[in-house]
Ligand binder design. Structure first.
Ligand code: ACM
Length: 271
């Protein structure tokens, strides 16, 4: 199987709470583009700023039998693509800020955001699933969600588990992530596709959130292959060669993983 594949993202502007409209909007925005992998934003079906736990619960869905996952399964089957997309997952009484991955053969798996950002703590429990690399056949895909970028252990764990590419559904409000992901890719020699949203939500008086867009694809040398605008809905596809992510050699004498000094690292903290 060729190591050259096409990956893409759709940078959407969801309308809060309008799930059916947001699903159609994402699919229409993507149109007939062809890619092996499509990444959609965090909470792309609902919007971000919940007013209450009850509201978050009413917009959450079970996985994989909920409305949004079924819509994505149909889309993946019809198009032949693998899709990663964010949604609010309900598991019994507990809500997670989650992402699903599905392909032409159906549902593959899910990830639950590990590092919960700010007011999300009122609605979502921190993820309780291990960082997992999903084998989509054409690529090994790791998933992290938005603020997980701020913790370098996340991308490192996925890379050490063999991820070729990190799919990164996001709703970014801080400015730093697009630049930081360049370093995440460089320090792990992986590709990353960040799918962000645009627009502003002010559902709570005095708490306006503007999402910064700038969805992007970055290669293992830290090159930004494509970066979207900060304020428009856009969809893009780029060709990448996974062989570059599978080779951790930096030069004739340095290998990014073999050179790690696990004997010196103390990731558990003091002591
Ligand atoms: C974020 O994690 N959505 C900022």
């Amino acid at each position: 199987m060729s190591s050259i594949i096409k990956v893409g993202f759709a940078q959407t502007h969801p309308e809060f709470g309008a799930v059916e409209k947001n699903l159609d909007r994402a699919r229409n925005l993507w149109g007939n583009r062809q890619a092996d992998l499509l990444v959609l934003p965090e909470l792309f079906n609902t919007g971000y700023q919940f007013k209450s736990l009850d509201e978050a619960r009413s917009l959450s869905e079970t996985v994989p039998d909920g409305r949004t996952t079924r819509f994505l399964v149909d889309w993946a089957r019809d198009s032949g693509m693998t899709i990663v997309a964010g949604l609010a997952e309900r598991d019994g009484e507990i809500l997670y800020n989650a992402a699903v991955i599905l392909g032409p053969q159906g549902f593959i798996g899910k990830f639950r955001k590990a590092h919960i950002f700010d007011s999300e703590n009122e609605f979502f429990q921190p993820g309780n699933l291990p960082f997992t690399v999903f084998d989509a056949g054409f690529a090994r895909i790791g998933i992290m969600i938005c603020f997980d970028w701020r913790f370098p252990e996340t991308a490192r764990t996925l890379a050490l588990q063999g991820a070729d590419l990190i799919a990164h559904p996001s709703n970014l409000v801080l400015p730093h992530c697009p630049q930081a992901m360049i370093t995440r890719c460089l320090e792990n020699r992986v590709y990353a596709v960040t799918a962000d949203r645009v627009g502003t939500e002010q559902r709570i008086p005095g708490e306006s959130l503007t999402f910064i867009g700038q969805s992007q694809a970055v290669d293992p040398d830290g090159n930004v292959l494509i970066r979207a605008s900060g304020d428009r809905e856009e969809a893009h596809v780029v060709e990448i060669d996974l062989a570059r992510a599978r080779n951790k050699q930096i030069n004739g004498r340095n290998d990014l993983f073999a050179d790690r000094r696990e004997d010196l690292y103390r990731l558990g903290g003091k002591g």
